[in-house]
Design a protein around this ligand. Structure first.
Ligand code: NAP
Ligand code: GDD
Length: 344
């Protein structure tokens, strides 16, 4: 039976990936790390926790990584484990680099030293384009990273390419643009908006406090992107691929569409730090700007060109931003109504 090992299985992408790989009949092993409570919320929500094998693995411990790979001998590895929150990387640059760069170095070295016959997928990111040098961004666009997170991911990206060229390791990089879902972490802006609007609607919560409303992102739907990851890792030849939708929206527009999907009548007024959004019907303040959420340097614009993966592997997005916004808003309203504990 085909055996897959996923680092970061408890995160958004790891959960959807495990689900899709189980549906293909694969044996799925997920690595977890010690914490005060297990973080199985997303896997539980998909109803798959009992179908998975878990092994304890801290990406930053080389001996741990080499022992796990020696014992499991997977056919495919997906390295999704990361310190993935850009804002946090300014506070914890060393930790971010340890996990995101050295963690992947540990995996590649473990494969090389043991001569493992496997394909490995690295979770590269559109953040590497940073202050973009051309538009839209594709596999040939130079990187111009704007955060310690983006620098750590760019270093890991080049490391994968180097181990591919130097040692013939089947290492692929998926350069994924932002992708969101009902399982997205609540610190990322889309789910922060939908989860807090649901609380505002159902329980009279406070206005959502946001940072850079002008930021532009190319947002897609996570299950679509995870399907693309599988195509990349199972392709005959290892390579680098962009996954995106080639459409863009501002944070402000995402907020407006989410508020409309929740049944509010949002109108923005004011400028800069004084900008806010009010519901025309109820006069409720829905959102305010708070300096706390601005980054020392931000990525203001991203738009991906996914024509390489469409041409070579037949991938294209199936869920529009409007459909995704409605799904996320409906899921969060349901979540608040049912009084679910905030397990993710
Ligand atoms: P996520 O929800 O934040 O999940 C991150 C996962 O990494 C969690 O399972 C976490 O485990 C694990 N992890 C963190 N530190 C670790 C360590 N030291 N050792 C082992 N595992 C560790 O992220 P995601 O949105 O699913 O993204 C998956 C990957 O794709 C990440 O590498 C991210 O950087 C990259 N990416 C994401 C996007 C996006 O838009 N979502 C776009 C491009 C690239 P715990 O549960 O124990 O914390
Ligand atoms: N998180 C957050 N919270 N972001 C905000 C807020 C806020 O209150 N207000 C405005 N923003 C802006 C950020 O400044 C950024 O420009 C944009 O919204 C998106 O922020 P995030 O949702 O945190 O995502 P990200 O683009 O920084 O990073 C995500 O996507 C990357 C792919 O490009 C993460 O998933 C990364 O792991 C991933 O690599």
């Amino acid at each position: 039976m085909t055996k897959v090992l996923i680092t970061g299985i408890t995160g958004q992408d790891g959960a959807f990936l495990a689900d899709q790989l189980l549906a293909k009949g694969y044996e799925v092993v997920g690595t977890t790390r010690r914490g005060s409570t297990p973080k199985m919320g997303r896997l539980d929500r998909l109803g798959i926790t009992h179908k998975l094998k878990f092994v304890s693995m801290e990406l930053t411990e080389f001996s741990n990584v080499i022992n796990v790979l020696r014992a499991e001998k997977p056919d495919y590895i997906y390295n999704l484990g990361a310190q993935s929150f850009v804002l946090d990387s300014f506070e914890h640059p060393h930790l971010t680099s340890e996990i995101n760069y050295h963690g992947y170095l540990n995996i590649l070295e473990a494969i090389k030293i043991q001569g493992l016959d496997c394909s490995v997928y690295q979770a590269s990111t559109s953040e590497m384009y940073g202050d973009v040098l051309s538009d839209p961004q594709n596999e040939d666009t130079p990187f111009n990273p704007m955060s310690p997170y983006a620098v750590s991911k760019a270093a890991a990206h080049y490391l994968g390419r180097n181990y591919r060229a130097a040692y013939g390791i089947k290492a692929s990089n998926g350069i994924l643009f932002n992708h969101e879902s009902e399982l997205r972490g609540r610190e990322f802006v889309t789910r922060k908006i939908t989860s807090q609007l649901a609380i505002l609607l159902e329980q009279q919560g406070e206005a959502v406090k946001l940072g850079n409303l002008d930021s532009v992102r190319d947002w897609g739907y996570a299950p679509d992107y995870v399907a693309g990851m599988i195509l990349i890792n199972e392709a005959k030849v290892a390579s680098d691929y962009v996954i995106a939708t080639n459409t863009v929206s501002t944070v402000r527009n995402f907020f407006k569409s989410s508020a409309i999907a929740a049944g509010f009548s949002p109108v923005f007024d004011g400028e800069g730090i004084n900008e806010r959004c009010i519901c025309k019907k109820s006069s409720k303040v829905l959102c305010e700007v708070d300096e706390k959420y601005f980054r020392p340097s931000d990525v203001n614009y991203l738009r991906g060109d996914y024509s390489k993966i469409e041409r070579e592997l037949g991938w294209s997005p199936t869920v529009s931003l409007e459909e995704m916004t409605e799904k996320m808003m409906a899921s969060d309203i349901d979540w608040v109504k049912k009084g679910y504990p905030p397990s993710f």
